[in-house]
Design a protein around this ligand. Structure first.
Ligand SMILES: Nc1ncnc2c1ncn2[C@@H]1O[C@H](COP(=O)(O)OP(=O)(O)OP(=O)(O)O)[C@@H](O)[C@H]1O
Length: 264
């Protein structure tokens, strides 16, 4: 870690943080500082604890050891509700019942419920913002379509717009490109990158896309068996030996037009 990163400007800080589901400890002794404006990519094999790392930031994950602070506030059961209003979360894509009677617009408006209160009248400002966000994520033509009638990529755009309606300071994205075709993956990642910059966010993204993530994130964290194996600048992450140890199999990295490329 460089001297500059020791400066006390971490917007998220984990100190020996451990988290569990019941008796199963899914994340152990993780210490990391994430600075305002950072874009952290979190990679690692299935079951490594990547999602768990995201959820300890917004208080959904159950901390069983250590300490996590976010936005100047210690993450505790008491602070979690307030933090979740300030931290946008795009969770792993779930199947949606095609008969669910909720439109794209309504689904995005859910994002303001945390601030406004459930069953309260939605302020005009939130309605206007929803229209702007639908345009931003390219969904304005689908505003009245039922959520269950969208493609995977379109549903991800809804989830991103919903998170942005909260006006978050931190954005957590859990495999936002899983199960999307190549074109949709590219489009969603480009959208996320532009949103990160445009709204001056601090973003964390869990992904299995080892080739695209160094272009988007400025830091990468390697998770394996619940532990943080390595964290550093994105351009140091595409390293054969480091990736081979992380995935427990020989990974090849080739130079392609002056760019290091992971060969799966
Ligand atoms: N709700 C849960 N209850 C019990 N165990 C869980 C729960 N969620 C996750 N786990 C376990 O915790 C460990 C870490 O899970 P986590 O989802 O954080 O991993 P991950 O790295 O995000 O995996 P993937 O890449 O497959 O999504 C795994 O062993 C998983 O089986």
């Amino acid at each position: 870690m460089s001297a500059a990163r020791h400066m006390d400007d971490a917007v998220i800080r984990m100190e020996n943080a451990s988290a569990a589901y019941g008796r199963h400890v899914a994340m152990r002794d993780v210490s990391i500082d994430i600075r305002r404006g950072d874009f952290l990519g979190v990679i690692g094999p299935n079951g490594a604890g990547k999602t768990t790392l995201l959820t300890v930031v917004n208080g959904l994950g159950q901390l069983v050891g250590g300490r996590v602070t976010a936005l100047g506030c210690e993450v505790t059961p008491a602070s979690a509700g307030e933090l979740r209003r300030r931290i946008g979360y795009v969770a792993q894509q779930q199947d949606i019942d095609p008969l669910l009677p909720i439109s794209v617009r309504e689904s995005i408006l859910v994002g303001c419920m945390g601030r406004v209160g459930l069953l309260r009248r939605i302020p005009r400002q939130a309605r206007e913002r929803t229209e702007e966000l639908m345009a931003l994520v390219g969904l304005d033509a689908l505003a009245d379509r039922p959520l269950g009638h969208l493609s995977g990529g379109e549903r991800q755009r809804v989830a991103i717009a919903r998170a942005l309606l909260q006006e978050p300071e931190i954005l957590l994205l859990d495999e936002p490109t899983a199960a999307l075709d190549w074109q949709a993956q590219r489009e969603i990642l480009a959208l996320i990158q532009s949103i990160h910059q445009r709204f001056a966010l601090t973003s964390l993204i869990v992904t299995h896309d080892l080739n695209t993530i160094p272009d988007i994130a400025n830091r990468i964290a390697f998770m394996k068996a619940g532990r943080l194996m390595w964290e550093g600048p994105a351009d140091h992450a595409v390293d054969e030996q480091r990736l081979s140890v992380l995935y427990g199999t020989q990974i090849r990295v080739a130079d392609f037009n002056g760019r290091r490329h992971v060969c799966y």
